[in-house]
Each structure stands twice: as C-alpha cells, then as structure tokens.
Design a protein around this ligand. Structure first.
Ligand SMILES: [Zn+2]
Length: 527
C-alpha cells in the first residue's frame, strides 16, 4: 500500500455541485460520476443529503451495491435540531440509514446565525454540534464536521466560532472543516484564521471548504493548505451555488504539479473527468478552464507556434499530458496519436504508433469533433467508431428508410407520434410501424419491432437517459444538436452520442449505437 497522502480530496459535486443553477443529475448519472471519481483516485465522495430529497436517499441505496476502490462515500446533513434529543431527530436517523462509512454534518459557527437566524442560545448550539457528532461516532461513522460560515463567524466573534469548533472536537469528530460559505474571504485572511484555529485546537485535523464568489475558491483552499489543511473539499469544474465551489480540476494540478503534494495517482485522467462530468451535467465545457480546457494549451500566434514546436516549455507552463490535455496546434499530431493509442489499448487493440490505422482513425476523430462530437462521455460510441474503422464491427442491419411524424392541427396537438422503419437484416427486409410518446420514442419502438425477430436480446435493454445539447449556439442558423443517450441492460449502462443538424437524426444515431454496442457480437436468428 502506498502511504496515505498528506492531503485528501473530498468531492461534493454530487451534493454542493448540484446547488448550481441548471445542474441536475439523475440517480444513474450520480452513480456513473461516483465511479469515475473513484477511478480517478478521489478519497471521499459526498453523494447527497438523504434528509433533503428522496433522490439522494435512492442514490445511497444503489451505491451500496457498488464497491469503490479508493473512495469512501459520505452522506451529508445537519446537526440535530434545537431542543430535540439527538436519538429522536429524524434527519439524523436518515443520515445513519444511508449506511455510508462517512457522515458529514454542518453546524453554525457564526453567532449571527445562531442568535438571529435560529434564535437559540450559543450553549444549545454547541450542544447540538457535540451531541450530533458523538451520536454519529457511537454508530461507528467516520465523522466530518463542516463549520459553516467559519471565517465570517471568526471575524465577527472569534471566541464564539472557535468554541463551536471545540464542541465538534470534543464530540470526537475525525475532521473539522472550516467553510467560507459566502465565499467572501481573501487568501491572507483564510491563511491567518486557519492558523488561529490550528493553534486553538492543536490536536484536531482541519480541512477547508471554499466558494468562488471573489474568484478565489482555489486560491483560498491553497492558502489553507499552506496553513496545514489536511483535506480540501470542492467540485469538478467548480460547479456549485452562485459562482461555484473550489474547482478541483484546478486545485488538484496546483497541489500536485506545482506544490509537489502527491494527492491522486492518476492525474492524466483529469481532463477526461472534467469533460465527462460536464457532459452528464449537460453544461458546455469551459474552453478556457485552467489545465483541462480545450484552449488551455492551444497556440495560435505564429511565433508561439514556432517556439513551442521547438521547445514546448517556451510557451507552456507545464506538460499538458500530465493532466491528460494536449497541445492544440494543427501540426501537432503526436500527442493526439498517444491519446488514441491509449484508448485503443484499453479496448484490447494493439495498434502501431504512426501506422496507417492510427493516422486514419485520428483524422476521423478530428473530423467528427469538428462536427460537434464529444466522445469523453460516450465510450460505447467511441468503441464502435474504432471497431468500424478497423473493420471489426459487423453492422446489425442496413437501414433503408425511417420516417416519423408529429402533428399539430389548429389548437390540437397530437400526443402520439408514429414512426416507420424500413431495413434489411441479411437478405430479409423488414418494414415496421410503431407509435410512441414522441418521435424518438416512436422510432425506438419501430426499430425494436423490426429487430426483435432477429435479435431477441434487444428486449433486455432499454433507453435509460436522453440528453440534448445545442452546439454552435452562437451561430443560430448553423446550430447542430448533440444527443447523448444512456442505454442499460439492468446491470451495466453505456453511453452513445449522435450529432446532426436535425434532432431526430442525432437521436437516431445515438439510439442505434446504443443497440449496436450491446448486440455487437450477436448472430441474427433466422426466421
Ligand atoms: Zn458549500
């Protein structure tokens, strides 16, 4: 076993991240993100707040069936309510019901919130913190205490804020996390207050949770690390309320590549992770994001291009490959090749670097990316693309025609759509009609009807999730649609992608990849 890292990472994309406007994850999305975070080497994953919504409780129920290699799963909630014995607090009971190894609870550090907002006295507040931590520890949980508004609270009344922290420590909390909840602090303040808290409780382990309201989420977390923080909380791509949380996709390379603090083993997975989470969040990925943005290592100016080709570090602060990104210059084929080779190797294919297959594949990927394809969150479509290019994939059928209609007459909207599919399997022609709730649903039904006689296994798979993104939205006339579909057989889920100027065609492409991927090795039954 490698020695425990000095700094652990605590990801709250699935809880604090979802407070961000427009960020919404299904239970399946959350599971897939958790798996990806685990593979990346995340130490803690906060899955949600079981007391606040049933979807989060469902996530923990599902997550129990997964075993994570690195990560410990945390459920999030608050301390017990005022004047209620901790054993009788239903929210605390839900936290234990989530049966996670870690429970994180937040409590009030700022006197203003205690007396003005909650309307209770400071002694009861401290009892709430201590009782709750103690109760969770009695139930064998690793307990993280999030000190909400710690920095604002300290500036207002240091003794009070430190007192609440001491209560969590007395209760036996494994970690005390100082939170800049409103995100209004500057790095020098964070560092000084962090040091004061450490001096007050030298035996305690302290972590940091920051927000980006001053554009300093990462800088503030780094300041706390300098002051001795042993854990940093944050989110992928900085998703979160208002201007977001501490962005882990910026923080991790700063810690690891700049400060020499080993935190994760697989830093080169970082860029893919950032894109993956962006796709599932259905958010456009920020091209200018530090380290992981598509332009983070892009060179356009002639002199720069010339110089970086000679010596990359002349205009690059680090090797982009260290974070899984690449230098973007038209002539730089080599880094692109290594990316493709790494992925094809993962599929068990041994292609020669510089060989004609890799060159052709890379050209095809670049063409598709230009059209608007993203393969980071569509691993099944990527695999099919490679297999098709190499002649390793036998298509299940040949499409001759599909058609679907959707009608509105006057005020009447026809809810049901009808679709027809004309295709050939071997020498047999099929022509089917089906109805559905919308055009995609109708097409899916007609396609299944046509394929079922040949591939009965098609009944074991179902469309699980469907996401639509308009790309090139700045040029409205040329807008294209990217559809991401998740198909599942009840055990495993896989993602596919389709891009077109037409939403139906984009959906169709993603739909057939979803089916082809699963049934790829099936031999059609004759009938
Ligand atoms: Zn927060």
């Amino acid at each position: 076993m490698s020695p425990a890292p000095r700094i652990t990472l605590y990801d709250t994309t699935l809880r604090d991240g979802t407070q961000g406007e427009g960020i919404n994850f299904s239970v399946l999305d959350k599971l897939r993100i958790a798996e990806k975070l685990d593979a990346f080497g995340m130490h803690y994953i906060e899955g949600g707040w079981p007391g606040s919504n049933p979807k989060d409780a469902a996530f923990f129920e599902e997550a129990r069936r997964h075993s994570f290699r690195h990560a410990r799963l945390a459920a999030f909630g608050s301390t017990r309510r005022a004047n209620v014995p901790v054993e009788q607090d239903p929210q605390i009971a839900l936290l234990l019901d989530a049966r996670t190894p870690v429970v994180t609870i937040f409590g009030k550090s700022w006197r203003l919130h205690v007396t003005e907002v909650l309307g209770i006295n400071p002694a009861e507040n401290r009892a709430m913190i201590r009782d709750s931590v103690q109760h969770l520890k009695r139930h064998g949980r690793e307990t993280v205490y999030d000190a909400e508004h710690f920095f604002d609270g300290y500036k207002d009344d240091a003794e009070h804020a430190l007192g609440t922290l001491a209560s969590a420590h007395e209760g036996g909390a494994d970690l005390l996390v100082l939170c800049d909840t409103n995100g209004g602090c500057l790095p020098d303040e964070v560092e000084a207050i962090f040091r004061a808290a450490t001096a007050h409780l030298p035996a305690a382990r302290l972590g940091i949770h920051t927000h980006n309201d001053c554009g300093l989420g990462v800088a503030n977390a780094l300041a706390a690390v300098r002051a001795g923080a042993v854990q940093v909380q944050g989110t992928i791509n900085g998703y979160g309320e208002r201007t977001g949380n501490c962005n882990l996709t910026t923080l991790v390379p700063c810690l690891q590549a700049k400060m020499g603090l080993q935190v994760v083993a697989d830093l080169p997975q970082l860029t893919e992770l950032a894109f993956f989470v962006a796709e599932l969040a259905n958010c456009p990925h920020d091209p200018r994001a530090p380290f992981v943005g598509s332009t983070a290592f892009a060179h356009k100016g002639g002199v720069h291009v010339h110089a970086v080709q000679k010596l990359a570090r002349s205009y690059e602060h680090m090797d982009p490959a260290a974070v899984g990104n690449r230098q973007h210059i038209l002539v730089s084929e080599l880094s692109g090749q290594s990316n493709v080779l790494a992925k094809t190797r993962a599929l068990g294919l041994d292609l020669a670097k510089g060989g004609p297959e890799v060159t052709a594949l890379l050209a095809e990927i670049k063409r598709l990316e230009k059209e608007g394809y993203e393969f980071e969150a569509a691993e099944a479509s990527f695999e099919l693309l490679v297999r098709r290019r190499l002649g390793l994939h036998q298509p299940l059928f040949t499409l001759q025609e599909y058609h679907c209609n959707y009608r509105r007459t006057g005020n009447r909207l026809y809810e049901t759509c009808e679709a027809t599919v004309k295709l050939r399997v071997g020498n047999t022609h099929e022509y089917t009609v089906a109805e559905g709730d919308g055009p995609v649903n109708a097409l899916d039904a007609a396609l299944r009807k046509a394929l079922r006689p040949f591939y009965p296994a098609i009944d074991g798979i179902a469309l699980h999730d469907y996401k639509v993104r308009i790309i090139d939205s700045h040029q409205a006339t040329a807008a294209r649609t990217r559809v991401l579909i998740v198909t599942s057989d009840g055990y495993k889920a896989w993602s596919t992608v389709g891009v077109s100027g037409n939403i139906i065609e984009a959906s169709w492409l993603a739909l057939i990849d979803g089916i082809e991927y699963k049934l790829a090795d099936s031999v059609p039954t004759t009938h």
